[in-house]
Design a protein around this ligand. Structure first.
Ligand SMILES: Cc1ncc(COP(=O)(O)O)c(C=O)c1O
Length: 419
């Protein structure tokens, strides 16, 4: 087939496709004894699922609501009443001075990033090429292959601080950031997938100041953050400035099937994104907005986040950390990144005798599925960094028994890899 250059880039091999294929096959091949600590799927929380069920029943029981949810194309920017409700919530709960003109609905966060990256980076009218800079690697693997041109992403290694015998934390290395004229935007996830890092308010403010100085956007991926789903275990404040672009998603509330996300941005960026949605997809799916609009308006959604979703994951996180203390060899050099949010523990096995890829294969052979860390290092600057072969991402969102048994087996493999 004679595919175009962008066509080849998008349809060719990619970390995310390889990962999704491998996880899918591993799951299918391991059968019922598989301990799945690999995926990014949110958990199925009964109290939360009950709310979706009631909401769907209310829509189904009301012919006008059903028609609005299923039978019409909304404007590409999103449902006007929903946009008002969301803007109101962002003003009152986050203090962001925004209106509907600052919001664009997209078919999920993944698509929001594809549109945003290619809106802001790539070949410019003056012949230069703009790039997206990830100031703190490791980052979300899903960003890695989204450019319509090669070389669209730049990345920087973090500063690492040891915070205890078995804990560490990444920090933005501001000395290494040098924002050259090709840098078109900064981007980070907060909390970060994979590390669970919530970059401190002061570091975020410094990034925002840099973005202002260079007049470029600072894109903040709130997939796990504020205002929803709020899977944050550590005090942090959401930040709004003239440069910030926030990407919120319904997925980690437990609604990945609705494929709904919201970009909250300076008005020209939101307008450009809604034009791109019109060109690429006409309109967005209505169901996520129809289901969550009433819950945003009456405060129920944020209450669910505070009272059900965050405590659910925090408890799972605590159980996973306790299991690791119990099963991991105390004298081996393993360390977890500070778990400040999201669904994962990020394990660093410094100077292990096996690479994370080998440990992943050994674990897979024993029915434990995790994600080898090298997927989360991309862009320049990280290729020859040994750290990228020393980390594993372990999800704690799944069944408690699986997480505990999986961690026990991981502990045995740590002992083998470090002796
Ligand atoms: C950090 C991060 N950003 C964005 C996404 C995309 O999510 P969605 O397209 O379901 O909104 C994910 C999904 O796992 C994620 O982990």
């Amino acid at each position: 087939m004679n595919f175009s250059s962008p066509g080849r880039l998008l349809s060719g091999p990619s970390g995310i496709k390889e990962l999704m294929d491998d996880l899918g096959h591993a799951l299918a091949d391991s059968g019922p004894s598989c301990h799945m600590l690999g995926g990014g799927n949110p958990a199925h929380i009964p109290a939360v699922e009950a709310v979706w069920q009631q909401g769907l029943q209310a829509i189904a029981a009301d012919p006008a609501a059903l028609r609005r949810a299923l039978g019409i194309y909304d404007p590409p920017r999103g449902n006007p009443a929903f946009l008002e409700t969301l803007a109101q919530l962002l003003r009152t709960s986050c203090g962001w001075p925004v209106g509907p003109e600052n919001i664009a609905v997209t078919p999920g966060g993944q698509t929001a990033f594809f549109l945003l990256f290619n809106l802001l980076a790539g070949r410019r009218p003056d012949g230069t090429t703009g790039r997206i800079l990830f100031p703190l690697m490791p980052e979300y693997i899903g960003y890695a292959n989204q450019g319509l041109e090669p070389g669209l992403f730049a990345a920087r290694r973090p500063r690492i601080t040891r915070t205890g015998p078995h804990t560490f934390k990444y920090h933005v290395d501001f000395d290494a950031l040098n924002l050259t004229p090709d840098i078109a935007a900064l981007c980070l996830s907060r909390p970060t997938n994979p590390s669970g890092n919530v970059i401190p308010n002061a570091e975020l403010r410094r990034l925002a100041d840099l973005a202002a100085e260079h007049d470029i956007p600072l894109i903040i991926d709130d997939a796990y953050g504020y205002p929803f789903p709020g899977i944050v275990f550590h005090h942090a404040t959401p930040l709004w400035t003239d440069q910030t672009v926030h990407v919120l998603s319904l997925s980690k509330l437990g609604l990945p099937g609705t494929r709904t996300a919201f970009v909250v941005a300076p008005a020209p960026i939101a307008a450009a994104l809604s034009s791109m949605v019109a060109v690429t997809g006409l309109a967005n799916g209505n169901l996520g907005q129809a289901l969550t609009g009433p819950l945003l308006a009456d405060g129920q959604l944020l209450r669910l986040c505070r009272e059900e979703i965050r405590p659910f994951y925090e408890r799972k996180r605590d159980l996973a950390l306790a299991a690791a203390q119990e099963f991991f060899p105390a004298d081996a050099p393993w360390a977890f990144h500070a778990s400040e949010g999201a669904l994962f523990l990020w394990l660093w096995l410094e100077n292990a005798r096996k690479s994370s890829r080998q440990i992943y294969e050994d674990l897979k052979a024993r029915g434990v599925i995790v994600v080898p860390g090298e997927y989360f290092f991309f862009g320049d600057d990280t290729a020859d960094w040994p750290h990228r072969h020393e980390c594993l991402r372990i999800s704690f969102a799944m069944d408690e028994k699986d997480v505990r048994t999986g961690l026990k087996i991981i502990g045995q493999e740590i002992a083998r890899a470090s002796s």
